[in-house]
Design a protein around this ligand. Structure first.
Ligand SMILES: [Mg+2]
Length: 384
């Protein structure tokens, strides 16, 4: 089999005002996706997803990676990855960043092709299911009036979830008040995670970690600027609360550096950013050596979510996966497989490959070709 073409599909869905998310990066009024389709001479097409600036990824795929990879056997996934990364991408695009994001989508599409060619779901190609159903936690709690956040938390529990994540990193006193109120309402047995999106300076992070630890929180995610591995290691020396990092890290090398310096507990690679399915399997090998669990980050479209489900089903040490519950038509309307949870559990699609098909009407409805906005983040929160 040979790769004959690689196409990109850019999508954007505007969100109604009640579905907009108020996060550290401001109000999110739309959701975007960049999908790739890898075509072959045997009529099999693979689908993948890249999580990043669609305008740039499109250029990288169309003008660089496509020319490098057309003609290769798509089922020689490692050879394709190595050519695109080590020989074709690293020197021109950097060893981490947007080039790795572009490659992530192509890699996912190659696994989709491999599964379709063999008539097997991707998780079977990854060594088989370690679990039939994947435990997921809900990401839907953004800062608001405390009683509003508590009400949303109760709604999530009523949907069947047993775990949820609260966004923090805005104001230390408010963060602690909200986490405390949600814990009080949901009781001690409900699993609660916190996520600062790199929003604290070290002293604030230590204070937050001490408070959240006292409230039985499972982890504090992205407490600090993600390039500062030493600061994460220092935070771990100052606090016993587990630290989660990874949604903004690319390749096994970034994850290994965190593990080698004892700067992380839970690893959170994103399949559409870190280097695809292949690279997360590489990260898993290193994680096994350091005995660190993997809890996949998911945020985005239905293709990325399906790929994450296959991985989460197959990974050995992966206790729980993220499920973004905020309003997103590109997750809910894009594929023909219902990506839904029941009692806080999800099942990977069991058809060949990723087991999903894109819905043409959705691709038409959300087609987009404009520029991408640049988001400005506020300064991190300092200690009181
Ligand atoms: Mg996060």
């Amino acid at each position: 089999m040979k790769i004959t073409d690689i196409k990109t599909i850019r999508l954007r869905a505007s969100l109604p005002s009640e579905g907009q998310v108020h996060s550290r990066s401001g109000v999110r009024a739309f959701r975007s996706a960049l999908l790739v389709e890898v075509h072959t001479d045997e009529g099999i097409t693979g689908i993948g997803s890249c999580s990043g600036n669609g305008m740039l990824i499109e250029i990288i795929v169309d003008r660089m990676l496509k020319h490098l990879l057309v003609g290769m056997d798509p089922t020689n996934i490692e050879e394709v990855w190595d050519k695109a990364y080590f020989r074709g991408g690293v020197r021109a695009l950097g060893s981490r960043g947007i080039g790795v994001v572009a490659l992530s989508g192509i890699d996912i599409a190659l696994w989709d092709i491999a599964g379709k060619a063999q008539g097997l779901p991707v998780y079977r190609l990854l060594g088989g299911a370690k679990r039939d159903r994947v435990p997921v936690y809900a990401t839907a709690l953004y800062p608001d009036k405390t009683e509003t956040v508590v009400k949303t938390a109760v709604g999530i529990r009523e949907k069947g979830f047993r775990a949820l994540k609260i966004k923090v990193g805005f104001d230390l006193a408010q963060d602690i008040e909200i986490v405390s109120a949600v814990r009080k309402e949901l009781g001690k047995d409900f699993t609660i995670m916190t996520d600062a999106n790199q929003g604290y300076r070290i002293d604030a992070a230590a204070e937050a970690a001490a408070a959240f630890g006292g409230l039985g929180v499972m982890w504090l995610e992205e407490p600090l600027f993600m390039e500062d591995i030493e600061a994460h290691a220092e935070l771990k020396r100052r606090s016993s609360l587990p630290i989660a990092v990874g949604e903004n890290l690319h390749t096994r090398y970034a994850f290994q550096a965190f593990m080698a310096r004892n700067a992380v507990d839970f690893l959170q690679p994103d399949v559409a950013r870190a280097g695809g399915i292949s690279e997360i399997m590489q990260i898993a090998v290193i994680a096994e050596k350091y005995q660190r669990p993997i809890s996949l980050h998911t945020w985005g479209d239905g293709v990325a979510l399906a790929a994450s489900l296959h991985l989460s089903a197959a990974l050995k040490n992966s206790p729980i996966m993220e499920l973004d519950l905020t309003h997103n038509p590109l997750r809910a309307e894009l594929t023909d497989w219902p990506l839904e949870q029941h009692d806080g559990l999800m099942t990977p699609p069991d058809g060949p490959g990723l087991g999903i098909n894109l819905i043409p009407q959705a691709l038409k409805k959300y087609a987009f070709s404009g520029p991408e906005e640049i988001t400005l983040w506020p300064e991190p929160v300092a200690a009181r």
